[in-house]
Design a protein around this ligand. Structure first.
Ligand code: NAD
Length: 419
């Protein structure tokens, strides 16, 4: 088992222990249920052929069909895909969705491809995993490197394999093809709802509300918009090309223009630029990692100056860094809660696809707000009840639901106890 997955898994078993759930009950969650590895052909525009490694992992399906995004990035590995699938399992359990956890990915510089190459590769990916995914089995969605267009290609390719329209095999589709308008913003909106629900618990009430944001993609960018509209100040922002900082606050419209028209936030006029990683050490009230995992480690956790962390990225803080931040009094709104808006609205999209009864934008917004406020409150209360940090509290709630599901399938008959 990879290092990333084993350290992710430890957190669930520690939380289960804190809540008095026996290791026996959660034993089925010790390893991924299924991980398929394939090599996919990528035919380049110049006629050359490359072979690309790709994976799909269905970590656990006790609570329902597996659900999780598809990541196209050069750093993707089997270990990363399995850890992300594990986190999806915890997240869906915590948010009370009828889904297990899955994830997929390909080790590819997808952004560096032409549009034709991107379409060819995405369709190869869908065909290569057509025997794994399915609207009642394993339902992908966007993650780093993928978005609505890739989901439309996957839905279309899968439909051809199954000779029918089963577009709810993926979520995060363009609205005209069965998606929900609110899905594109759901992760950022959800992170903002969690921030407001936990503002006091995170120790942010009464601060200057200065934010440093790492990652200016679909999640980070929408979150920034909501926070700035609420009066928070963006003092630093980074993307993969570098970071830009201003004590007075960065102009969000100008940042978006720099990103859209010139490709990076570092093209902003005004503001001091630096290398990407510098954003992590900004003097601020709230640090928001919204790029890749493994950013805050035991090697740099002492240099974090933020008062609190809101994790939009999956797994941005390593387990040993978690301990250091906790000892330093830096509170964390954990990924499995803070970025769960995406999978929540994906669930609504999937329900809409199955029933063919549409949700209105208003209904989607209201349901998202209510569910994430409820779950944030549950995490704050569990942290008090079990005297643990917010991440452990979120894992306790997930472990309790997973343990109930495992027990309901008869584990209690053989001596494993549910709680
Ligand atoms: P995205 O591809 O839209 O954006 C990623 C952003 O991160 C880009 O701005 C990129 O330039 C930046 N980035 C990449 N490497 C960087 C680095 N080393 N330093 C600074 N910035 C860097 O991706 P996204 O969908 O916004 O996902 C971001 C994170 O949020 C991921 O960890 C993902 O798993 C998580 N997440 C996304 C969703 C979703 O619905 N999109 C849902 C839950 C969690």
């Amino acid at each position: 088992m990879g290092e990333l997955l084993s350290s992710a898994r430890v957190r669930l078993f520690e939380a289960a222990k804190a809540a008095g759930i026996s290791e026996k009950t959660l034993k089925p969650l010790s390893y991924p249920k299924e991980t398929i590895a394939v090599s996919l052909p990528l035919r380049r525009d110049d006629g050359s052929l490359e072979l690309i490694k790709a994976w799909r992992c269905r970590y656990d399906d006790h609570l329902g069909p597996t659900k999780g995004g598809i990541r196209f990035h050069p750093s993707v590995s089997a270990d990363e895909v399995q850890s992300l699938a594990f986190w999806m399992t915890v997240k869906c359990a915590l948010i009370d969705l009828p889904f297990g956890g899955g994830k997929g990915g390909a080790q590819i510089d997808f952004r560096g491809l032409s549009p034709q190459e991107r379409e060819r590769f995405t369709r190869e990916f869908a065909a290569g995993f057509a025997h794994v995914i399915g609207p009642d089995r394993d339902i992908p969605a966007p993650d780093v490197g993928t978005g609505p267009t890739e989901m439309a290609w996957i839905a279309d390719t899968y439909g051809k394999h199954r000779t029918g329209h089963t577009r709810h095999v993926v979520t995060g589709k363009p609205p005209v093809l069965g998606g929900l308008a609110g899905r594109a913003n759901a992760t950022g909106d959800g992170a903002f709802i969690v921030l407001k629900a936990m503002e006091e618990a995170l120790g942010l009430a009464g601060t200057k509300r200065r934010i440093a944001l790492q990652g200016f993609g679909s999640g980070g960018r929408r979150f920034a918009r909501r926070a700035v509209e609420d009066g928070w100040t963006l003092v630093a922002v980074a993307d993969s090309s570098g970071s830009v900082r201003s004590e007075k606050g960065l102009d969000l419209d100008a940042l978006e223009k720099a990103k859209d028209q010139k490709g990076s936030v570092t093209e902003l006029d005004g503001g001091e630029t630096d290398e990407s990683g510098a954003v992590l050490f900004t003097d601020c009230d709230l640090l928001v990692p919204a790029a890749l995992g493994g950013q805050i480690t035991a090697g740099n956790a002492e240099r974090i100056k933020a008062g609190a962390v809101l994790e939009i990225a999956n797994g941005p803080v390593s387990a040993d860094a978690d301990d250091i931040l906790r000892e330093r009094g830096i509170r964390i709104a954990p990924d499995v809660l803070a970025n769960a808006g995406g999978v929540f609205v994906s669930w609504l999209e999937w329900v809409q696809g199955r029933t063919q009864i549409p949700f209105s934008d208003h209904d989607v917004d209201n349901r998202l707000k209510k569910r994430l406020e409820d779950r944030s409150k549950a995490v704050i209360e569990a942290a008090q009840e079990f005297d643990v940090d917010f991440r452990t509290a979120a894992y306790v709630l997930a472990a309790q639901r997973l343990a109930k599901a495992v027990s309901a399938q008869g584990a209690h008959l053989y001596g494993a106890q549910e709680r």
